[in-house]
Design a protein around this ligand. Sequence first.
Ligand code: PRP
Length: 211
Amino acid sequence: MRYLTIALTKGRLAKKTLEMFEKIGITCEEMKDPDSRKLIFVNEELGLRFFLAKGPDVPTYVEYGAADIGVVGKDTIMEEGRRLYEVLDLGFGKCRMCVCGPAEAEELLKHHELIRVATKYPGIAKDYFYNKKHQTVEIIKLNGSIELAPIVGLSEVIVDIVETGSTLRENGLQVLEEVCPLSARMVVNQVSMKMENDRITKLIRSLKEVI
Ligand code: PRP
């Protein structure tokens, strides 16, 4: 039997995914060792192979077929724009992609002013402002701690993930507009979906029962 390869997003998402897989009888004991630096794990009995990758790389592995299946956030799927099938909302890792800023920035958004938008997600921000809102903005790509940008005057607003909202609150910012809801999704390589249809659909069906 050929291994079915599953790419997981390193960190909290991988942990949650493995918990969900355990519920349907798929375990990978080796993967639970917090001190391990190993990146790839095999379950010989089930013919499964798991590996851990950085979120933005998961859709890449899946598009090229290096992984048959991936589990990754909807934000990353949207930003990467890879050719793959999104087959299942796993229901965890729930948060929202939002336009945020100080309360005063609300007026700038309303009047379609030419503002600067800082974000880790330039693709999502561009699609939202250009295609949905028809507002011309200047997008500035950052790599983290996005909430800093409006505080120090780099941008008027940000497009970022909001989960509990505490980062915003503690920095005097608020949600101004919601772009879309987010959560962890299962994605499948387009060729694998045909070649391994039985095994993949069985996996999806089992997961649906525990979601
Ligand atoms: C994310 C996101 C926000 C924060 C939202 O950042 O970019 O900053 O979490 O969570 P909250 O609404 O519960 O406060 P992350 O911690 O992943 O780090 P980053 O800023 O380096 O992207």
